[in-house]
Design a protein around this ligand. Structure first.
Ligand code: UT7
Length: 367
C-alpha cells in the first residue's frame, strides 16, 4: 500500500495589513483587549481584486514548485474553504483552470476551519487506495467579505490567506500516518453564515437582517474548542500507537491564543512545542494550518523526520487531528516551473473565449 507524503507546501497572504489600532478607528475596541482576549495583533485583508482562487493559485504554484511537480501531473485538487467564490462552480475548479491542472478532478470541501485536515485526509486516503498518485490540498479564504465590520465580536478575529500542500504517493513509509474526523451538528447554531444558501436565498430582507455575515456565540465556540482539541490529538496519536512524547510539533488551527494555551495544558505539553502565528494573521480558517506549517518549515522548526500533529475545529461543529511524519520533497532531477503552466492556462482560456466568440458570430448569421 503506498504512503501519502507531503512533498510540497506554499502559502500566500494579501499584502494589505489591518492592525488592531486600525480597527479601533472603525469600531469600539482597542489593541489591548484584542491581544488579551485573542493574541491577535494584525491580519491581512484581500484587495477587491483578490479572491479565494487567486490567493490559492499563488500558494499552490509555490507548493508545486517545491514538490517539483507539474500541474498537469495532478490527479486531484481539493479546496477546503469557508468562503467559496460561488455556491457553484467550485473554487477548486477555478484553481484547476488557472494553474493548468488539466488532468485533475477538482472539488470543494466544506468543514469550516477543520476543512484542511478533512481534505488532506481524503486526499491521503485516495493515494493509499492506489487510485491516484498526486494531489493538491488547499485551504483558502477571504472571510473578510463575510464579516460585519460593525460587529466587534467577530470582525476582529478573521484574516484572509491561503495555504497548499502537495501530497504524493511513495512506497517509503512515513507521511500522513493517521487522522480522525468528528462532527456534531447539534452545535451548528453556534457559528453560522446563513444567507445566500437555499434556505435563505439572498433577498432584501436577508441583507437587512445581516444573514450574509458570520454570526458566532464566541463563548460556546471557545468552550467547544477547548473541550475537543486535546482529545483529538490523543485519539490521532493512539491510532498509530504514539503518545505526545513522540511528537516534536503540534500545529493547531490558529483561532485564539488562549484556546491553544488551554489545549497545551490539557496535553501537558510546553507551549513552545506549538506552532503559533495567530498574532500576525488572525483566524484564516481553513488556511491557518498550512500557513503555520509553511512558516514552521521556513523558520527551521519543522524538519524531515519530525512527527507533527495538525489539529483543528470549526463550524458544523467539526473537529479533527492528523499525525504526520514530515518528509519533504521526493528527490528528483527534473526542474519544474509551475509558473509556465499558468501562462499556458491563460493562453488556453484566451483561445477558448476567442473560439466561443467566433462560434456566436456564426450562429447569429445562421439565425
Ligand atoms: O475558527 C473558529 C472561530 N471562532 C473562535 O475560535 C471563537 C472562540 N471564542 C473566542 O475566541 C472568544 O470567545 C472571543 C475572542 C470571541 C471573545 O472573548 P471573550 O473573552 O469570550 O469575551 P466576551 O465575549 O465574554 O466579552 C467580554 C466583554 C463584553 O463586555 P461586557 O458585556 O462584559 O461589558 C464584550 O461586549 O468584552 C466585550 N467585547 C469587546 N470589547 C472590546 C467583545 N468584543 C470586544 C472587542 N473589543 N472587540
Amino acid at each position: 500500500m503506498p504512503f501519502a507524503h507531503i512533498t510540497g507546501w506554499g502559502m500566500f497572504v494579501p499584502e494589505p495589513v489591518l492592525t488592531n489600532n486600525d480597527l479601533a478607528k472603525i469600531i469600539d475596541t482597542n489593541d489591548e483587549w484584542i491581544r488579551d482576549h485573542t493574541g491577535i495583533r494584525e491580519r491581512h485583508i484581500a484587495r477587491e481584486t483578490e479572491f479565494p482562487s487567486t490567493l490559492a493559485v499563488e500558494a499552490s504554484l509555490k507548493a508545486l514548485a517545491m514538490a517539483n511537480l507539474a500541474p498537469t501531473e495532478l490527479d486531484l485538487i481539493i479546496c477546503s474553504t469557508s468562503s467559496p467564490e460561488y455556491i457553484f462552480p467550485a473554487t477548486a475548479c477555478l484553481i484547476q483552470d488557472q494553474i493548468g491542472a488539466t488532468k485533475a478532478g477538482a472539488f470543494d470541501l466544506l468543514a469550516a476551519c477543520s476543512g484542511f485536515i478533512f481534505a488532506a485526509n481524503m486526499a491521503a486516503q485516495a493515494i493509499r487506495s492506489g487510485s491516484i498518485k498526486n494531489a493538491l490540498v488547499i485551504g483558502s479564504e477571504t472571510l473578510s467579505r463575510f464579516v460585519d465590520w460593525k460587529d466587534r465580536n467577530t470582525c476582529i478575529l478573521f484574516g484572509d490567506g491561503a495555504g497548499a500542500f502537495v501530497l504524493q504517493a511513495s512506497e517509503k513509509p512515513g507521511g500522513i500516518l493517521s487522522a480522525v474526523m468528528h462532527s456534531d451538528g447539534s452545535g451548528a447554531d453556534s457559528l453560522t453564515l446563513l444567507g445566500g444558501g437555499s434556505r435563505h436565498p439572498a433577498t432584501e430582507l436577508t441583507l437587512h437582517e445581516g444573514k450574509h455575515f458570520v454570526q458566532m456565540d464566541g463563548k460556546a465556540v471557545f468552550r467547544f474548542a477547548t473541550r475537543v482539541m486535546g482529545r483529538a490529538v490523543i485519539e490521532a496519536l493512539e491510532a498509530v500507537g504514539m503518545t505526545t512524547n513522540d511528537v516534536q510539533w503540534i500545529i493547531p488551527h490558529q483561532a485564539n491564543f488562549r484556546i491553544i494555551e488551554t489545549a497545551a495544558k490539557y496535553l501537558k505539553m510546553p507551549l513552545d512545542k506549538f506552532v503559533i502565528n495567530v498574532e500576525h494573521y488572525g483566524n484564516t480558517s481553513t488556511a491557518s494550518i498550512p500557513i503555520a506549517t509553511v512558516e514552521a518549515v521556513q523558520k527551521g522548526q519543522l524538519k524531515p523526520g519530525d512527527k507533527v500533529v495538525f489539529v483543528g475545529f470549526g463550524a458544523g461543529l467539526t473537529w479533527g487531528a492528523m499525525v504526520v511524519e514530515w518528509t519533504g520533497p521526493i528527490p528528483t532531477k527534473k526542474q519544474i516551473h509551475p509558473e509556465q503552466y499558468r501562462l499556458f492556462a491563460r493562453l488556453r482560456r484566451f483561445v477558448r473565449r476567442a473560439i466561443r466568440y467566433i462560434e456566436s458570430l456564426y450562429s447569429r448569421k445562421e439565425v
